[in-house]
Design a protein around this ligand. Structure first.
Ligand SMILES: [Zn+2]
Length: 137
């Protein structure tokens, strides 16, 4: 009557799942999509099904622990301060730069049109220096 035999369908607590998903996202070093997270849990020997990962990223976003990069349908750890994400449309490299100088102006724009801003998530799509040939010369 061993209960710990099967590891594939073991029920895990949400906190345990969130901890693992959060660690995978932090360790990726770049935006990572839900299916890549699923593959990574398999590689780590603690497989999760896509619905577990989807629910987990929803919880982690609600707790402000991760952010979704909409242009890439991928996730990154939340930065320490409000940032703008710069996403290369060619190589999909992503970097975040502090947005402290523009956030107040955007908040003012929202107030001007009586829009109650809940959260600002800013993405700019373009070409990184390498893909635009910026490091020539
Ligand atoms: Zn690029």
């Amino acid at each position: 009557m061993s209960k710990s035999g099967s590891t594939t369908a073991r029920r895990r607590r949400p906190e345990e799942i969130d901890g693992m998903v959060s660690k995978i996202i932090s360790g990726a070093g770049k935006p990572i999509g839900a299916y890549t997270i699923v593959a990574e849990t398999e590689r780590l020997g603690a497989p999760m099904v896509p619905t577990q990962v989807y629910r987990s990223v929803e919880r982690l976003m609600a707790q402000d622990r991760i952010e979704r990069i909409a242009s890439l349908k991928a996730f990154v750890p939340s930065p320490d301060e409000q940032s703008v994400y710069l996403i290369c449309e060619d190589c999909e490299c992503t970097r975040s730069v502090p947005a402290r100088d523009i956030v107040p102006s955007l908040a003012q724009v929202c107030r001007d049109v009586r829009f109650a801003q809940a959260k600002a998530h800013l993405e700019i799509v373009g070409k990184c220096d390498r893909c635009s040939g910026g490091d020539r010369a």
